[in-house]
Design a protein around this ligand. Structure first.
Ligand SMILES: *Cc1c(COP(=O)(O)O)cnc(C)c1O
Length: 358
């Protein structure tokens, strides 16, 4: 069998959850496990997050899977429900919902007679990102309607999401819009994603919503996850399956993108873009062979990629390769490839076997 594997470290998840609590000691933690727990596997990763106060998912099926596995915490559908039948199922299983548009408000108002229990609503404001939520000038009226709606529990949570919490523009403007609009309303508040947790303590409030930091990657480009004390949760590994020695002038792989200037020993590794490794990784992307840092060479192909082992004479067929993990941060591979750790973690392909440790 091919040696490629992804290992999920539950101890690292528990550690990163503790880091969230250290940054945000007074807030409840809604662990965001959408996108199959950022590619780690929802039910594989959730045992490492069982101390969270709640979980945020996208689809009703994910929330139901968590309930069926015994998680009794708050479970929040981050885009809310898409049809009335989902509303009934969410109510039956005590699943909380985001309400971000008029259609969802009407669905709640019209579902009253069929609902087994009222639901907890996280009402979303569009504070400037212009993705989901009600504009500030409409927000107060929606709060009143939800307060009057028997389908809605009294413990409404007011939320918004920031577009630039990770960069120098920060959150001052949307935060002041949110604060002004919700002033005096007697409800809990939820604003903070990972970047806000790490960089903007004034916006932590009642519920924080960490995603990427739980998995040990950084939400802030150019700042390593280790700087915040985070540990990588996923280790993506494989093996060397062939060795080629290139003479000066010989080229490597599709498109002959790498050309040897001197004699170069090249490891051929069982991992390609069909496994989720980014095809855009340039020559020189960091990779570890037998525990030593090296760099990729040539174009990533569907099932294989190349690394320089000229300086690693002991490396050969069977040597262990870390694509990303504890030696090579996923963010380093992402940065070299023009993307973010989020995308690489989510893109590990279904054909890659997973293992859980810790
Ligand atoms: C994905 C998401 C988060 C988590 O964001 P990270 O940057 O991964 O911490 C928080 N809140 C909402 C609404 C989200 O969609």
């Amino acid at each position: 069998m091919r040696a490629i594997q992804a290992t999920v470290n539950l101890a690292a998840l528990r550690h990163n959850l503790a880091v969230v609590r250290k940054f945000s000691p007074a807030s409840k933690v809604l662990a965001v496990v959408k996108a199959d727990a950022y590619g780690h596997g929802l039910l594989r990763a959730s045992p490492g997050l069982e101390d969270a106060d709640g979980f945020g998912v996208l689809r009703l099926s994910e929330a139901l899977a968590l309930r069926e596995s015994g998680y009794s915490q708050t479970l929040l559908l981050l885009e809310g429900v898409f049809a009335a039948d989902e509303l009934i199922a969410a109510a039956a299983h005590g699943i909380s919902i985001v309400v971000h548009n008029e259609q969802q408000v009407q669905m709640l108002e019209q579902a009253v007679p069929q609902l087994p229990h009222p639901l907890q609503v996280f009402l979303k404001m569009n504070s400037g990102m212009n993705r989901l939520g009600f504009k500030p000038n409409l927000f107060g009226a929606v709060v009143k309607r939800l307060k009057a709606c028997p389908a809605v529990r009294p413990d409404i949570v007011l939320m918004t999401h920031f577009a630039t919490a990770d960069d120098e523009r920060g959150i001052d403007l949307p935060l002041s819009v949110f604060q002004k609009t919700t002033q005096g309303l007697p409800y809990s508040i939820s604003l903070a994603n990972s970047a806000t947790i790490l960089r903007h303590p004034a916006a932590h409030y009642d519920w924080v919503r960490p995603g990427i930091m739980l998995y040990g990657a950084s939400p802030v480009t150019g700042v390593a996850a280790a700087h915040y004390g985070l540990q990588p949760v996923m280790q993506f590994t494989s093996e060397v399956i062939a060795v080629q020695v290139l003479q000066a002038g010989e080229t490597l792989g599709y498109g002959a993108r790498f050309s040897a200037e001197t004699e170069t020993r090249v490891a051929v590794i069982a991992c390609g873009y069909a496994d989720g490794y980014p095809r855009h990784a340039p020559n020189g992307t960091p990779i570890a062979i037998n525990g030593s840092i090296s760099q990729t060479l040539g174009r990533v192909s569907m099932d294989m990629l190349f690394a320089d082992i000229t300086h690693l004479p002991e490396a050969g067929v069977g040597s262990e390769v870390e694509l990303w993990g504890g030696l090579v941060p996923v963010d380093a591979v992402a940065e070299a490839s023009g993307t973010v750790g989020y995308e690489l973690l989510c893109a590990v392909a279904p054909r890659v076997p997973f293992k859980v440790v810790g």
